[in-house]
Design a protein around this ligand. Structure first.
Ligand SMILES: NC(=O)c1ccc[n+]([C@@H]2O[C@H](COP(=O)([O-])OP(=O)(O)OC[C@H]3O[C@@H](n4cnc5c(N)ncnc54)[C@H](O)[C@@H]3O)[C@@H](O)[C@H]2O)c1
Length: 341
């Protein structure tokens, strides 16, 4: 098992990466209520049945204020109070929702996460961003509050669909591209073992990814500058996700390729590096080509919540493991998107 902590002015979050971590719930002394993703509860009933649980419906369409409201009511029925600790168990959807509920119910109760998807373990569960979607727009309502713990239980990944697992690999590749060239080389060498969920490789990959996210968040919790680099591939990725029926990681993979191509056009990244990124993305089984409607894509980017005024901040690659953030005026971006698609 690997252990690290994320320290912010609000306190410390313990992050553990290893097998069978969910068994640790029994050692917690607080009064617990688990908010568990429905599929996780179904697949791992034996682990969670001893606890009071609220089932979270699976699917992005349920990441809403309505779901949050339903959970508040269940918590009232269960007589939860300020000393009750909520534990969100599931992927990014469950932890985003559980974190938001815990931050707002009774003006905030203690909470922790057991992360059960690869995407959740390497990204979504770490960093204290909680929230829900509004009218189909991603994460429009939410807050920043760190959980007390995030346990990345690698054993639970065995029941995740292969497609969801691969979707998480997109975020892993992102860390190599934006931050750590040595990690990129490791991924190039070990992609087959990672795809086969070889425990040694998986533990290393989740630990390195989580440690990079921790380092970035510790230096910029509220996303004023540095944290923005984690959005590499996401400005276009979110726009793709909104009008194509693809998973988050699949959209991000495509978004990263388009952002790398743009970096190349702007003279920041050699063509060979764009091809290298495409190659590793393809080796994971992620999409490297999609039929995209540029006008629709542009309209979706316009609505991106990271738009400040009439500008969009775009994360570009500036060589191996390096990034550059550039602000584009909306009309400039329109022609860029038409060019890229
Ligand atoms: N807060 C953040 O910083 C942050 C960062 C990135 C993404 N996100 C959010 O994360 C969400 C996506 O997260 P995700 O990719 O983990 O998807 P998800 O939570 O929707 O889970 C994907 C699917 O896998 C199922 N599942 C989860 N764990 C399982 C397991 N162990 N076995 C079997 N099935 C399992 C779920 O029921 C669901 O059907 C999005 O809502 C996104 O906005 C948040």
């Amino acid at each position: 098992m690997q252990e690290m902590s994320l320290n912010t002015p609000d306190g410390a979050c313990e992050i553990l990466v290893g097998e069978h971590l969910s068994a640790r719930l029994k050692s917690l002394e607080q009064d617990l209520i688990l908010l568990v993703d429905e599929n996780v509860l179904c697949q791992h009933h034996d682990i969670f049945e001893a606890f009071r649980t609220i089932t979270l419906p699976s699917g992005e369409v349920y990441k809403t204020i309505q779901t949050v409201e339903n959970i508040y009511r269940e918590l009232v029925k269960l007589e939860a109070d300020r000393s009750t600790m909520l534990v969100g168990v599931g992927g990014g959807l469950a932890t985003d929702v559980a974190g938001f509920v815990a931050s707002t119910f009774l003006r905030g109760v203690p909470f922790g996460f057991i992360s059960t998807t690869l995407l959740g373990q390497v990204d979504a569960s770490i960093g204290g961003k909680n929230g829900v979607n509004l009218d189909g727009y991603k994460n429009m309502v939410g807050d920043f509050r760190q959980p007390s713990f995030v346990w990345c239980d690698l054993s639970l990944l065995s029941t995740l669909s292969h497609r969801e697992y691969v979707s998480g690999i997109a975020e892993v590749i992102k860390y190599g591209a934006i931050w750590d060239e040595g990690f990129m080389v490791y991924l190039e060498k070990h992609m087959d073992q990672l795809l086969a969920q070889d425990m040694k490789v998986l533990e290393h990959v989740v630990t390195v990814s989580a440690a990079i996210k921790v380092e970035v968040v510790e230096n910029d919790e509220r996303e004023s500058d540095l944290r923005r680099i984690l959005n590499f591939g996401h400005t276009l990725g979110h726009a793709i996700e909104r009008h194509q029926k693809v998973l988050h990681g699949e959209a991000v993979a495509m978004g990263m390729i388009l952002a790398a191509k743009l970096s190349n056009k702007l003279g920041l990244l050699p063509s060979a590096e764009v091809q290298r990124l495409q190659k590793i993305i393809a080796s994971a089984g992620l999409p490297v080509e999609m039929t995209l409607n540029p006008e629709e894509l542009f309209q979706n980017i316009r609505k991106d919540k990271k738009k400040s005024g009439e500008e969009i901040h775009f994360v570009l690659l500036d060589g191996r493991g390096k990034t550059k953030i550039k602000a584009f005026a909306l009309n400039e971006l329109k022609s860029i998107v038409h060019d890229l698609c």
